[in-house]
Design a binder for this molecule. Structure first.
Ligand code: BES
Ligand code: MN
Ligand code: ZN
Length: 491
């Protein structure tokens, strides 16, 4: 649903749907006077057993002579909704009830109990996130009103303060939407080169972007990453994005994303069933590019590096084979047991590059890395692995605050031993057991002493259950989580 969101003090304009956000029964905004018979609303409230608690709502058709078509009354209780997330969800719930209405006025009362400008800005953000859909490829079955732009007006006496508060929320929304778009976009139109161009396009927001070509990566010795790309007609790219919002002298924080635009498995080819989902195997890189956009748009006061490892994993006469041994940029050698364990091969060079070039305060990588994390945690938590308790705690807390939850899993030398190789320094799979952990152990061999965390988002970046603020396959997971981490701890 396309929406045009504005904020205004009063609204005398007619609308198809008026939404009243109320904390008490029978306390409605002044504009209720527009409804010819205001006893009607009390009657409707009674019939709906409405007591203004959160989660309660009712709808009625406004009588003739009213400025409104339909009226939706939504309860928020008395201080029951005190978390920003609940207001995001409330916005999403309201969006879900817009139906065919083209003009919608949402009446809030920032001066009222349990409301505030900031919370209402979150409502507006939740509404916008819920409105997202990826339907540009539907030409036949698309509903006729899908392309209509809905005019949504948030009506509140403190509309200017809400509007100001929304600037930051909008930065988050735009980052999430970018991440969702990237994940939803099919691989025929989004290859490594196209993805890199998206990173370049963010220069518009003050981000500096460098794009490394195959040749440049080859010179740097990134043979683990390049090996994955051998079977693809489309050349790989490494995108390096920088947002410098902090002091010049301050080391940056760094985010690294797995950007496999399509993962066939390579020569260790995947079964056909469900393989189409592997267009989302760049969910980690999508989160990083989305996060960079958010941080730049809200002018975060910190230095940030975002690195995207962009490749396609295809089987071909030139593709790498099981048994091949590659030398990574770090000098460590890797025996490729399974060409479908390609994400770690991409990330190990991206992480080593990031660490040696930028010497960052920390590195967090995001990757749709293992099916095993779905077995362990399903769609509800991302797997978190870290060599640093403080960083891990900060991420976990941001997860609880944003409801983009993570669950920490162990790293230890016994697991590390599982990836020792007969022929090289390590192999790229650790056998059937503890698949997510051995993948993380592999990455840890490339981060040195730098505080580091790995988020395995295979279960959360795509195909996760619908929520109040997301009905899209590509969820944009990680943008809100890491924006919160930065805002709380690194600005
Ligand atoms: N991209 C996949 C992981 C994945 C699976 C992401 C399902 C999203 C949904 C990854 O490259 C992969 O294929 N991992 C293998 C590793 C194995 C060969 C050691 C896996 O999980 O099966
Ligand atoms: Mn794979
Ligand atoms: Zn993969």
């Amino acid at each position: 649903m396309k929406i045009d969101l504005t904020f205004s003090k009063t609204s005398k304009t007619a609308c198809d749907l008026a939404v009243f956000v109320v904390d008490k029964v029978d306390e409605y905004p002044a504009d209720i006077e527009n409804i010819a018979d205001d006893k009607l609303i009390s009657k409707a409230a009674k019939l709906a057993d409405f007591s203004a608690k959160s989660g309660e709502s009712f709808t009625f058709i406004a009588p003739d002579g009213s400025n409104y078509g339909k009226v939706l009354v939504v309860g928020i209780g008395n201080g029951e909704l005190d978390e920003v997330n609940q207001w995001l969800n409330l916005g999403g719930q309201i969006c879900a009830k817009i139906g065919s209405a083209e003009k919608v006025n949402v009446f809030t009362n920032s001066a009222g109990e349990g409301q505030s400008e900031d919370l209402i800005a979150h409502l507006a953000a939740g509404l916008t996130l819920r409105a997202y859909d990826f339907d540009q490829y539907k030409t036949v079955t698309k509903k006729k009103d899908a392309d209509k732009v809905r005019k949504i007006k948030i009506v509140d006496v403190n509309h200017l303060k809400i509007k100001k508060s929304f600037v930051e929320q909008d930065a988050i929304v735009q980052g999430v939407i970018l991440a969702r778009n990237m994940v939803n976009e099919p691989a025929n139109t989004l290859g490594p080169v196209e993805f890199a161009a998206e990173a370049k396009a963010l220069e518009e927001f003050g981000i500096k972007t460098e794009i490394l070509t195959e040749k440049q990566m080859s010179k740097l010795g990134m043979n683990a990453l390049l090996g994955v790309s051998l079977g693809s007609e489309r050349p790989p790219r490494l995108a390096i994005m920088r947002w410098d919002g902090g002091k010049k002298s301050e080391a940056p924080i760094a985010f690294v994303g797995k950007g496999v635009v399509f993962d066939t498995g390579g020569i260790s080819i995947k079964p056909a069933g469900g393989m189409e989902d592997m267009k989302g195997d760049m969910g980690g890189a999508a989160a990083v590019i989305g996060l960079m956009k958010t941080l730049a748009m809200r002018k975060a006061k910190t230095n940030v590096v975002g690195i995207l490892g962009l490749v396609e994993n295809m089987p071909d006469g030139k593709a790498q084979r099981p048994g091949d041994i590659v030398t990574s940029m770090s000098g460590q050698t890797i025996e490729v047991i399974n060409t479908d364990a390609e994400g770690r091969l991409v990330l190990c060079d991206a992480l080593h590059y990031c660490n040696t070039r930028f010497n960052p305060q920390f590195m967090i990588n995001l990757a749709t890395l293992t099916g095993a994390v779905l077995v362990a945690l399903g769609n509800h938590h991302a797997g978190l692995f870290s060599n640093n308790d403080e960083l891990a705690d900060q991420i976990s807390e941001a997860g609880l605050n944003t409801r983009e939850r993570v669950w920490r899993l162990p790293l230890d030398k016994e697991y590390d031993k599982m990836i020792d190789s007969k022929f090289a320094d390590m192999k790229n799979t650790g056998g059937r057991h503890a698949g997510s952990i051995t993948a993380a152990q592999f990455l840890q061999r490339f981060v040195g002493e730098t505080p580091w965390a790995h988020l395995d988002v295979a279960g959360t970046a795509m195909g996760s259950p619908k929520t109040d603020i997301n009905t899209s396959w590509g969820s944009g997971f990680g943008v809100r989580l890491l924006n919160q981490l930065v805002e709380q701890n690194y600005e």
